[in-house]
Design a protein around this ligand. Structure first.
Ligand code: COA
Length: 334
């Protein structure tokens, strides 16, 4: 296992002489209480030595379980990067074509809390892992573990909501994507569903302020859900933009009859994750929707957007979309 260094820290393989420190670290409930689905304190030096042997046994070109020390060699905690166990009922995901999701995790001795060490150590490992070819790293945190969630945010990881996909329990999920990971557009698959639904709240942008915000939130979630449910139906399709296995955008297309009789292609929803805007993802998705229309011989691609959605309206205008109908609303006092 390699050694990784940062400004103030060294991450190196665990050694037998760390047994005293590891026992001190993991015999503390305040340190282990959020670790894994069944946290337990360590109670003997033998347990610490056996655990060190298991940590060292993870011999992999990218993954590892490291002792975090200060630059002068004082141990302060543990950092791991390894495949994350799926909950029962999820596919194994271990073949080279379908690699398991990889998680990053940390815990530090209370004497070392409050120095930003967890963020610094995890940042160094993430950079190293991305340099070595990983494109996506997850972190699962206990819903009450606000300190670790703050570390995830400081690392620039994206909150992906609660999930029961791992460890047979419910965690708050965070995701880091390699900044330069190439974006690929492909047809939606059922495994994308959870990530695709998380994009829905972005569709509230530009809805008129006089509409009920909560009802709008429910409606936009419903639109995406029903588009995903019908993705495989005739005359419909959903395409997702994927960066390093993370779903970062989607477009839904369907056939729709214009009142003059012509069948148009219609974009129901187009959405790009906020942290992936302005990188050409929306352009790629619209190009896919246009190709879908072309292949069916549909000569017009249409869509609706909120009048107040100035960003999206400018985006469409620059791609050749013209205003065709305008809906007007007046408030009636009654
Ligand atoms: C509207 C939306 C889909 C656009 O997605 P996007 O991924 O940001 O779109 P793009 O990156 O392809 O294009 C946006 C701008 O970034 C520019 N851009 C593209 N690649 C870029 C890059 N690598 N670096 C900098 N700018 C870039 C594009 O040229 C474009 O500018 P232009 O319109 O002046 O040409 C996105 O903002 C969104 O999801 N909004 C919320 C949901 C929404 O309103 N959907 C539409 C409802 S109908």
């Amino acid at each position: 296992m390699r050694t990784i260094t940062s400004d103030r820290l060294v991450l190196r393989p665990w050694r037998d002489e760390d047994a005293g420190f590891l026992l001190d670290l993991e015999s503390r409930w305040e340190v282990v209480r959020f670790l894994g689905p069944h946290p337990a304190t360590m109670s003997t030096r033998e347990d610490a030595l056996a655990s060190i042997a298991r940590r060292r046994a993870l011999d992999h070109p990218v993954h590892g379980i490291w002792a975090i020390t200060t630059a002068d060699g004082h141990p302060v905690g543990n950092l791991l990067l390894k495949p994350i166990p799926l909950s029962a009922g999820n596919p194994a995901g271990e073949s080279p074509d379908d690699p398991a999701d990889v998680e990053i995790g940390w815990h530090l001795h209370p004497d070392a809390w409050g120095h930003g060490y967890a963020t610094e150590a995890a940042d160094a490992v993430l950079r190293d892992a991305f340099d070595r070819g990983l494109t996506r790293v997850l972190a699962v945190t206990h819903p009450d573990n606000h300190a670790s969630q703050a570390v995830c945010r400081r690392l620039g990881m994206t909150a992906r909501g609660r999930t029961a996909k791992y460890y047979d329990t419910v965690f708050e999920l965070f995701e880091a994507v390699r900044p330069d990971a190439a974006v690929v557009v492909r047809r939606y698959a059922p495994a994308d569903r959870e990530a695709a639904l998380l994009l829905a709240p972005r569709l509230r942008i530009g809805v008129a302020p006089w509409r009920d915000g909560e009802a709008v939130g429910r409606a936009v979630a419903g639109w995406i859900e029903s588009s995903l449910d019908k993705a495989a139906a005739d005359g419909q399709d959903v395409f997702v933009a994927v960066a390093g296995d993370a779903v970062v955008g989607l477009v839904t297309v369907t056939e729709r009859r214009h009142f003059a009789g012509e069948i148009d292609a219609y974009v129901g929803e187009l959405v790009v994750r906020a942290d992936h805007e302005h990188r050409g993802v929306g352009t790629l998705l619209m190009a896919e929707a246009e190709e879908w229309a072309r292949q069916r011989g549909l000569r017009h691609l249409t869509l609706d957007t909120g009048a107040a959605n100035h960003g999206a309206r400018a985006f469409y205008a620059r791609r050749g979309y013209q205003e065709e109908d305008v809906r007007l609303t007046k408030r009636i006092e009654c």
